[in-house]
Design a binder for this molecule. Structure first.
Ligand code: C2E
Ligand code: CA
Ligand code: CA
Ligand code: CA
Length: 279
């Protein structure tokens, strides 16, 4: 128990203290991660559910710290966002993933982008410069943004997306169904793909008939709107063959998940793609 300034007894919470220490440690170490080459990317294939071919890859960041070991992006991306490191890290991710794309001529690339990156004036020119420098057609790049990062529908963020889309860059709405699931957002934003969150997709396996029914209703709504707007629907978190079949039967266009492929290193991905029959 600690005594704070005005004589109140403040309960000392060891887990909160540990979390603060961990945050500060990660923030400090993350500042060196790029220069020390501790970050790398893996790529998870995204498959067409109609013909089973790989059409797209999603770049996913990995951090291997020499002492702390692997730190997952769910932990270090929020740290990067809070301490202002998401801009350099995000640019590195884009550049590194686009560099890989030059070896994969038939595929599209999806890159996760933080809402904070969109707020920067130099974001749009930065993306275009990377594409130009590597001679990549902008239509091969898709940026994934979560519903929550677009929640405020900030005018600058929307303008940035529209500017990129005018150049041909695609935008996907990530983690749909995990939080607010606002269908109107599909109409209002320049989106070409909706990614159904794993938590939402797994509702289709729910034993509770009513919950399963609700999820199915919501998915039908999403699919209807998506069809009318010419937006594709990707089912994430397809962990089992049963879920893959369900996503196909429900009419999702694309699928991603461990049952189809794990995230792969660049060489493993190239090898997988080279074995894929040409269409
Ligand atoms: P996300 O964008 O929703 O990415 C999908 C996550 O689900 C990845 O986790 C992937 O490895 C995992 N996953 C794929 N298939 C399955 C499955 O069948 N079952 C299960 N349980 N999980 C599956 P990962 O790589 O740990 O990334 C976590 C999150 O970190 C991502 O979620 C994304 O929000 C963020 N992230 C990763 N890389 C970046 C990046 O370069 N920039 C930004 N801003 N965020 C990133
Ligand atoms: Ca994503
Ligand atoms: Ca997602
Ligand atoms: Ca996620």
């Amino acid at each position: 128990v600690k005594r704070s300034g005005r004589g109140h007894v403040r309960r000392y919470r060891p887990d909160q203290h540990a979390a603060t220490e961990r945050f500060q440690l990660l923030a400090r170490e993350l500042g060196h991660a790029l220069a020390r080459h501790e970050l790398r990317l893996v790529y998870q294939p995204i498959f067409s559910l109609t013909d089973g071919e790989i059409v797209k890859i999603e770049a996913l960041a990995r951090w291997q710290h020499p002492v702390l070991g692997p730190v997952g992006p769910d932990e270090f991306i929020p740290v990067a966002e809070r301490v202002g490191l998401i801009t350099p890290i995000g640019l590195w991710v884009l550049h590194e993933a686009c560099r890989q794309l030059t070896h994969l001529p038939d595929l599209l690339l999806s890159v996760n982008v933080s809402g904070l990156q969109l707020m920067r004036r130099d974001f749009v020119p930065g993306v275009l410069e990377i594409l130009n420098g590597l001679e990549i057609t902008p239509t091969r790049l898709e940026l994934e943004l979560t519903e929550t990062s677009l929640l405020h529908e900030d005018a600058r963020a929307v303008a940035a997306l529209q500017a990129l889309q005018a150049h041909g860059v695609q935008v996907a709405l990530d983690d749909f169904g995990a939080g607010y699931s606002n269908l109107t957002r599909l109409r209002d934003l320049p989106i070409s793909d909706v990614k159904l969150d794993r938590s939402f997709v797994s509702c289709f396996l729910n034993d509770d008939d009513q919950q399963r029914h609700q999820a199915e209703q919501l998915l039908r709504g999403v699919l209807d709107i998506a069809r009318s707007l010419n937006v594709t629907v990707t089912a994430e978190g397809l962990e089992t063959p049963g879920l893959v079949r369900l996503a196909m039967e429900m009419g999702c266009d694309l699928g991603q998940g461990y049952a189809l492929s794990l995230p792969l290193s660049a060489p493993d991905l190239q090898e997988l793609v080279s074995r894929q029959p040409l269409s």
